[in-house]
Design a protein around this ligand. Structure first.
Ligand code: FE2
Length: 264
């Protein structure tokens, strides 16, 4: 009898651990599927925005990794970068964003609502990703406090949003859009330098402009502008991918340690 009790306690503990692991894996898959669905919805509505947010995520992660940020923060940066413009897909704004003519003052005011609209769309995910909405709403804030919608200043702007702001502006300058011509790589880096301490976090600007980071950004930029085949089998032949096929950090890994960020 003596050996039976410890054995059954051990078996029960193993069973519990297995159950917990399996529930966690299911939750990870569910949250990953939710994010991928959202990204698919962006692609389906506006492939140009889908490509833009992927490029922004790529640049933002290069900058975040250079700043030696921890994995939790990097995962947050990726999410904020990928969903920062989701508010542009609002019915009231899509026509404005797709109109190549110059914006009227009223349209400009409407455009400025997209960070709040994005945060509103993402609000149901706040229990799982509390930093996501806070980062998205702040991606047009400026270091000197003259940004929108809240006029946050300096380090009151979430770090994820400060990183994404640089990557977003850089991509907006280097990639041609309907209403603006693209600038060269060096013109765009000069503009980022000019925004140091006014538009952007000065420390992050210094890092962004450091030779190793610029080299990675330039390589990623060249890669992002190359047309490539879509990765998924269910997409039609010959279609090009909407943007760089970045390796999403939220995808559960087959092996290796679990990220502390994986929620819930
Ligand atoms: Fe934006």
């Amino acid at each position: 009898m003596k050996g039976i009790l410890p054995l059954s306690v051990g078996a029960a503990a193993t069973g519990l651990l297995y159950r917990e692991h399996s529930m966690r894996t299911t939750a990870e898959r569910l949250s990953a599927a939710t994010l991928e669905t959202l990204l698919d919805a962006i692609d389906a509505n506006d492939a140009e925005t889908g490509a833009h947010v992927r490029r922004v995520a790529t640049y933002a992660l290069i900058l975040g990794e250079a700043a030696r940020l921890d994995e939790h923060t990097l995962n947050g940066i990726e999410r904020v970068a990928l969903f920062h413009d989701i508010g542009k897909l609002h019915g009231a704004l899509t026509d404005i964003f797709h109109d190549p003519s110059k914006l009227t003052p009223e349209e400009r005011r409407a455009v400025r609502t997209h960070p709040q609209r994005g945060a509103d769309v993402l609000a149901p995910l706040s229990a799982f990703y509390p930093d996501l909405g806070k980062g998205v709403i702040a991606h047009h804030e400026r270091w000197d406090g003259t940004g929108y919608p809240r006029g946050l200043k300096g380090k009151r702007i979430p770090l994820q949003a400060r990183v994404v702001a640089i990557a977003d502006s850089f991509d907006a300058m280097t990639h041609r859009r309907r209403y603006s011509h693209s600038r060269s790589f060096s013109e765009a880096t000069r503009a980022v330098a000019e925004g140091k301490g006014t538009q952007f976090d000065p420390e992050l600007v210094d890092l962004f402009l450091s030779p190793p980071v610029l080299k990675k950004i330039e390589t990623a930029m060249r890669h992002a502008h190359m047309p490539r085949k879509k990765a998924r089998g269910n997409r039609r032949r010959g279609e090009t991918q909407p943007g760089p096929d970045i390796t999403f950090r939220w995808r559960p890994r087959a092996r290796g340690p679990r990220s502390p960020d994986r929620q819930p």
